[in-house]
Design a protein around this ligand. Sequence first.
Ligand code: G6P
Length: 612
Amino acid sequence: MCGIVGYIGEQNCVPVLINGLKSLEYRGYDSAGVAVLSGDTIGIRKTKGKVDNLSNLLLNEPISGKAGIGHTRWATHGAPSDMNAHPHFSNDDKIAVVHNGIIENYQELKAELEKKGYVFQSETDTETIAHLIDDYYKQGHDILESVRKTLERIEGSYALGVLCTDYPDQLIAARKESPLIVGLGKGENFIASDIPAILNYTKKAYILDDKELALVKADSVSLYDIDGNEIKKEVYTYKWDVEAAQKSGYDHFMLKEIYEQPKVVRDNLAQRFSEDGKSIELDGIKLGRAELENINLIYIVACGTAYYAGLVGKYLLERMVGIPVNADVASEFRYKEPLIDEHTLVIVISQSGETADTHSALKLAKSKGSRVLGIVNAVGSSIARDADDVLYTLAGFEIAVASTKAFSAQVVAMYLITLHIAMELGRIDNDTFEEIKQAMDLLPKQINDILTKAVPKIRRFVNKYIGSKNVFYIGRGLDYVVCMEGSLKLKEIAYLHSEPYAAGELKHGPIALIEEATLVVGIVTQEALFDKTKSNIKEVKARGAKVLAIAMQGNRSIEEVADDVIYIPRTHWMLTSLLANIPQQLFAYYMALELGEDIDKPRNLAKSVTVE
Ligand code: G6P
């Protein structure tokens, strides 16, 4: 939530800030702004809406300078408006601040500052930071010390960028629980919430840890802990190239990411089997027989799409390993006193590695003595760093807010973990392992086949039902989990009301909502449950529903009850979720496209949810 970027060097910082903010829009796009130092003043331009609005404003009211900070906002405190947009500044306009996070004690601080005569112009929590820094500064501290003292007073989370007119050769950055990196260039340096913002200029960065500050100048960076002691850190070199953060000819990042899935799955599989192909190697994670025999419960915790990948894992682990598996969304888990201990393996799943609730769940699990395995996409992220073991999902940058390739990579991770545990504990034999491995090796090509064949069919179906206002997704077992993800995707980007339902539960309520032409997506890839779900589809058909079925090749009798069918290639039962989800991604994408929605930046959403 919210993205920040900062630059100091020889170039005019405004284009650098704007490019950076555009790459960070996945973190929020309610408003955007920049503060730029030129001479002994700070010029501020900020406006409601996306970064394009800010670019237009800058065309009409240009500013330039060699040091600046920028912000793209996902509103928490105060509505999206010009006034609530960052940067916020001190009453004398000498200090400007951008912030990602939440200041929990801002009301007390605000009351204290108002008593001292500070006038607040916005409804944000962030503005207290600008005035508090100013208060310390006016007491005679230098700007770095003023920021440090401010951090001692604020409760909550922050990634901060600070500019001060009296220190035109520096900007200050700090972080706690919101990500921040300091990018290292030649004669220029950067700060950013995430690497895509600065990838055009550098791949080298310090990844700040909690309660660390950086004093950033054009030719040097000094790092400090919260007590003001200078510290040293290793420089991290990112492997991604600029292309990874561009659309490369696709109309949307989401479509590009959908089409990247064969490669993502191939990359994940290529690196995870031993040379002889007879066992699984999980990035050196030590989950061998001894550790696993100590585990009597697995708990899977995540948010959003990552949670649904976790649910796939729950079904598989219970069925193939025989250990009880609980799964919870992180926002529930962290406040429910979960029954976990040192015999519990907690698996947290997160694309960004920064989701606040998932991160807090991880910390809670560790405090209870549980071992935490993180399945994470973003290298070096908070969850990756705090988990006991990490399995990286190798999906590359995912920029569209609606997750596609990261989900597929998470599902593959669940396949690998399930197989690994099942083998270590002797719950499956070598022949079964071999059979599943062979089926897994086919997955990239099978995804490709779906992408090639399904698009025209899905587009026809979308055109036929474009006026639908309600869409139901029904399925059983693993297919039910796929329904949840499909329904979420449609809500996220097409803004259509949709409900995923366990097909057998339909009769207990939702079937009352089925009427003439209600759209139903039926997922029927589980052979063992085929007849059952087919009957449920018949029931909705009998009440006038139009049905799109997603079934496995060969099961043609589904055509007796469905209006349209998308077939996925035949695969092992445990692998169907990955394939069945691909047509759903396309369905949501083309629905949103036909409805003219902003696919990569759906309203009210952000990709990285760093507030609870
Ligand atoms: C947000 C994103 C989703 C994502 C969820 C969890 O809601 O829009 O796409 O699935 O957060 O994010 P994480 O980074 O933890 O996987």
